[in-house]
Design a protein around this ligand. Structure first.
Ligand SMILES: O=C(O)CCC(=O)C(=O)O
Length: 340
């Protein structure tokens, strides 16, 4: 696979930055966002994961070592953690960080603003069937095609931890047909002949690096083959006076209201900031997310494989927990003996 082109040297060259983005459909920018801010957010999120018994007891919180059967979007256990993350002011505030806004201003003009729909991804090891499939963002957001995502890992994120990859130049292919997939969105782009000449590009991210990409750029992630949870956030930006759909103004998954999310926030400027922006709300087009009729058999097969794999994994993780409990009991017992 080709390595990302590092466009960091173009950060103060608007014409150059725009030309690179037009050519590749993405920008890989190194050391853009404050590592301290990202680390602080990471710790808040891992604190929530720890409270919900997702992390290995006795390990450093910052390492985020996973210790439970993989959870995936849509499950109650996943949402118990995710809803708490959605309430974090720092998580939503990061979308407005000047380090990112500056890049979006260069690409989209001075009116560029983030959608309030902010996304955090919690990607477990041992869940390769659920790795993000190749897809375009446009069918999930709709509105303006000039909608650019910013993907930010909340740690160093080498390829093997499931870093995002881009099919460079795929934004020029137009909207691709869909087929079923497990993983975020349950849909993947059906990459036809036209995509055959394009190359997947990727790389190892360091904390502070970002990936910006076009709503038609095909992207995917590798499975997470480390022991750590892969934490990342993704935000989307567009210029004012462009169309957008109502769902981009709602919290991700629509489980909480903004009132619930905003409780206890310190900033008075962040809540409902988008109400000061001008844009046209356009209807959602369900046909852009439709799957071919034949997808059902494939969907059932994939889900069955996933369920079987999870059952085996549950046994593995339950055994690990038992072993850890036994070891702890033994060392407590040994401690008691030496005290007497
Ligand atoms: O983080 C991931 O694995 C998926 C991210 C993604 O698909 C996106 O940002 O659009």
């Amino acid at each position: 696979m080709k390595n990302f082109h590092n466009a960091s040297h173009l950060l103060s060259n608007q014409v150059g930055l725009q030309a690179r983005f037009r050519q590749d459909g993405y920008l890989y920018l190194k050391q853009v966002v404050s590592r301290q801010k990202l680390l602080a957010l990471r710790r808040q999120i891992l604190g929530i994961c720890q409270k919900n018994h997702w992390l290995k007891p006795g390990e450093k919180l910052d390492d985020g070592i996973s210790w439970t059967t993989p959870k995936v979007e849509g499950e109650d256990d996943y949402f118990a953690v995710y809803d708490e993350i959605q309430k974090l002011e720092t998580f939503h505030a990061l979308a407005h960080d000047f380090s990112i806004i500056r890049v979006m201003h260069s690409l989209l003009g001075a009116s560029a603003f983030p959608h309030p729909l902010s996304i955090c991804r919690l990607v477990f090891p041992d869940s390769e069937l659920w790795a993000t499939p190749p897809h375009q963002d446009y069918p999930n957001n709709q509105g303006s095609e000039d909608l650019y995502a910013c993907w930010i890992p909340l740690s160093d994120c080498p390829r093997e931890q499931g870093a995002l990859e881009i099919l460079a130049g795929s934004h020029t292919l137009g909207l691709l047909p869909l087929k079923y997939s497990l993983g975020a969105g349950h849909r993947q782009a059906d990459l036809g002949e036209e995509a055959a000449g394009l190359e997947w590009t990727g790389g190892d991210f360091a904390l502070g690096d970002i990936l910006v990409f076009h709503s038609l750029s095909v992207h995917r992630s590798q499975p997470n083959s480390t022991r750590q949870l892969r934490l990342s956030v993704d935000y989307r930006y567009q210029a004012e006076h462009q169309p957008l759909t109502e769902r981009c103004l709602q919290p991700h998954f629509g489980r909480l209201s903004w009132e619930q999310i905003y409780q206890g926030w310190r900033s008075s400027e962040l809540p409902y900031y988008w109400r000061q922006k001008s844009f046209e709300i356009v209807p959602w087009r369900p046909q852009l997310q439709e799957l071919p009729d034949e997808h059902l058999a494939e969907a059932v097969r994939m889900k069955r494989d996933f369920d079987q794999q999870r059952l085996a994994l549950k046994k593995k993780y339950d055994r690990q927990s038992m072993l850890l409990k036994d070891t702890r009991k033994e060392s407590e017992h040994a401690g008691e003996k030496t005290r007497f």
